[in-house]
Design a protein around this ligand. Structure first.
Ligand code: PMP
Length: 463
């Protein structure tokens, strides 16, 4: 319609989008999303799409929850803003802190609030380094992260992350951060059994620690299941081995719960699924189901007590740390997730149901592996099923499938030739069926086009 075209023209003229190749927007420009309800988003042309990505892995409770809108309106009237610096506090932040610590593992009883996941990881980085300085080990400063990780877009987030395109842009990162292999079995480990590969990744971490010297290593940071890096579900052997390595050298564990937290893996925190006892847990996204921006770091007793007793003031914080309106919405979001048994349903019903339906896609000619855990899943696209040979990168088959999936009414994400889903946690079994049907339709169409043009170089250009 003409209104859509007007929005698209304004968008093109003035809006620099995050993570967008503006040259590749094409004639049509951006799709304009105007409203959403439950697990569906609607565009300005009246098309309805099943949101298989929960916004950006955040709308855990689904769209259109009036309770969250009402609590925000009430808090805006009561106290729209105040900070918690210099001996002040306010009820929404205090109550949210209490709720989070009740949900978190027993050894976690404090939270530091931020405005986003990136800020949460920046905070964690500063905290672990400060911790060791307070402990009288000022050399223990190096943080080990993983290849292809995503921990945010600030300079520290970018430095902790391991995504190649990001590293090359915007100048040098934060010193003292190194990377080790990710437990990406389908991508890098298929010559071995998953168990052997998981152990190998843990051994690579240990080798890196020994190379750096344990007296220099402050912390290891990782997501329980790597999200933006490709929905990487580690082999079962991985986390127990990593835990043992970290314990051996007294290295702190920072578990980035920005995606895995708040039910994604069928537990309140992804750490709990793997039996991890993190020293710090950065959180964001699902904390407020994305309705308002808020993040934080859950801090273990070990770190919190040192910060408070040995440290005095930690000279760190943000204007929006514990923002009252965001905190009130986050608290209501947690209360609703709890009251409606959403997390348990993911663990006991929806997760296993998705796994059963989603892994059926493994029989598709384009699919080399279909995996899921809780409500996160991935498909690995292959040119040759028998050998597992990947497509030529220039074909951009992942992007083709993502675009065809949109045409089929489903939002998926592509990372190279890995397709990802991470739907709202309030999805129903019927909607899971619909999601899988639409994904299959997109794959069928992609296969048809790929054979029709005999893998010619133009197939990735479908918009
Ligand atoms: N950590 C992880 C694991 C993430 O996926 C993201 C966002 N995709 C972040 C941190 C950064 O969060 P934010 O975008 O809120 O800064």
């Amino acid at each position: 319609s003409s209104t859509t075209r007007e929005w698209q023209a304004l968008d093109r003229a003035h809006y620099l989008h995050p993570f967008t190749d503006h040259q590749a927007l094409g004639e049509e420009g951006s799709r304009v999303i105007t409203r959403a309800e439950g697990v569906y988003i609607h565009d300005s042309e009246g098309r309805r799409l099943l949101d298989g990505m929960a916004g950006l892995w955040c709308v855990n409770l689904g769209y259109g929850r009036r309770e969250l809108a009402e609590v925000a309106a009430e808090q805006l009237r009561e106290l729209p803003y105040y900070n918690s610096f210099f001996k002040t506090t306010h009820p929404p932040a205090v109550r949210l802190a209490e709720k989070l610590c009740a949900l978190a593992p027993d050894h976690v009883n404090r939270v530091f609030f931020t405005g986003s996941g990136s800020e949460a990881n920046d905070t964690a980085l500063r905290m672990v380094r400060h911790y060791w300085a307070l402990k009288g080990k000022p050399r223990k400063q190096v943080v080990i992260a993983r290849d292809n990780a995503y921990h945010g877009s600030t300079v520290a987030g970018m430095s902790l992350g391991g995504m190649a395109p990001m590293q090359g842009q915007g100048g040098p990162g934060v010193p003292g951060i190194v990377h080790v292999p990710q437990p990406y079995w389908f991508g890098e480990g298929r010559e071995r059994t998953p168990a052997a590969f998981g152990r190998e990744c843990a051994a690579a971490l240990e080798a890196k620690i020994l190379e750096l010297g344990e007296e220099n290593v402050a912390a290891f940071i990782a997501e329980p299941v790597q999200g933006a890096g490709g929905a990487i579900i580690p082999p079962d052997s991985y986390w127990p081995e990593v835990r043992a390595v970290l314990a051996r050298y007294d290295i702190l564990l920072v578990v980035d719960e920005v995606i895995c937290g708040f039910g994604r893996l069928g537990e309140w925190f992804g750490s709990q699924h793997y039996g991890l006892q993190p020293d710090l847990m950065p959180i964001a996204k699902g904390l407020s189901s994305g309705y308002l921006p808020i993040g934080g770091v859950l801090v273990s007793d070990r770190v919190a007590e040192t910060l408070i007793e040995a440290g005095g003031e930690f000279f760190h914080g943000f204007t929006y740390s514990g923002h009252p309106v965001c905190a009130a919405v986050a608290l209501k979001n947690l209360e609703l997730l709890e009251a409606e048994g959403v997390v348990e349903r993911v663990r006991d019903d929806l997760g296993p149901y998705l796994a059963e339906r989603w892994t059926r896609l493994a029989t598709h000619p384009l699919v080399g592996e279909a995996r899921s855990l809780g409500l996160i899943g991935a498909l690995e696209l292959v040119a040759d099923k028998a050998s597992g040979r990947r497509f030529d990168k220039a074909l951009a088959v992942g992007n083709l499938c993502r675009d065809l999936s949109l045409e089929a009414g489903l939002v998926m994400r592509s990372v190279g030739d890995t397709l990802i889903i991470s739907p709202p946690l309030v999805i129903t079994r019927d909607q899971i069926d619909e999601l899988v049907t639409r994904a299959r339709r997109a794959l069928d169409e992609a296969a048809r086009r790929l054979t029709a043009v005999d893998h010619g170089p133009s197939v990735g250009r479908v918009s």
